[in-house]
Design a binder for this molecule. Sequence first.
Ligand code: MG
Length: 258
Amino acid sequence: MLAPLRADPAAAAILTDVDGTIAPIVDRPEDAAVPGGTRELLGLLAQRYAFVACVSGRPALEARRIVGLDDVAYSGNHGFELLLPGAEMPRPDPSLDGHEEDARRFVDALDARDLDRVGIRVEDKGAIVALHWRGAENEGEAESLAREIESGADWTGLVAHRGRKVLEIRPDVAINKGIAVAALIPARPVRAALYGGDDRTDVDAFTALRTLREDGELDSVACVAVGSEEAPAEVTANADLTVDGPEGFAGVLRALAQ
Ligand SMILES: [Mg+2]
């Protein structure tokens, strides 16, 4: 599966999610880190391949801080912003115009005491607000409140997206990791691409790569699921290959570097 990429690295793109794919999942998202060996591999790939991009649900600057490499591109907030190699600031996607505050307004109106009581933490990411309950005393109770909030958000015309112990509230604009990937690839002279991810939002990126292949923009595509006990089944079901955790994905990167 990796052969078409390795055969012509200058015409191949490596795209990867960050949390759960190159950075192991940790209880507190602020503690996430990319292991040194993986960082070195990504740095090497960025020199050898057409380009390397990290496609994350985190703000782009935060993704860059965690990955620690300046010469790769970062698509942050699920594609709402793009930070190009060497750029100082990310540029927001134009479709966000006028919707920057939608998610924040909705979350501000929630009962903060309720959130506190079940241990849901609010992370303000700008256009997107994330509610986390990993490590809450009673994760089940937190999740049921999150489900209520999810339907409230739907009802309000926002987009609620559930991930691994996180609910994201997003404005209703057409952006996701797939649209981000579909914007990154055709702008560059690549014929092959690999994407690695561990969560539902990454399936959009898998689909986007396959659509580019069907449209003749790419000749070969490799969709890699990073499996774990809590990985949603639809990620592995939609992948060409499933590896075991971030360590398994580091193995893929190593094979690409060889
Ligand atoms: Mg992830």
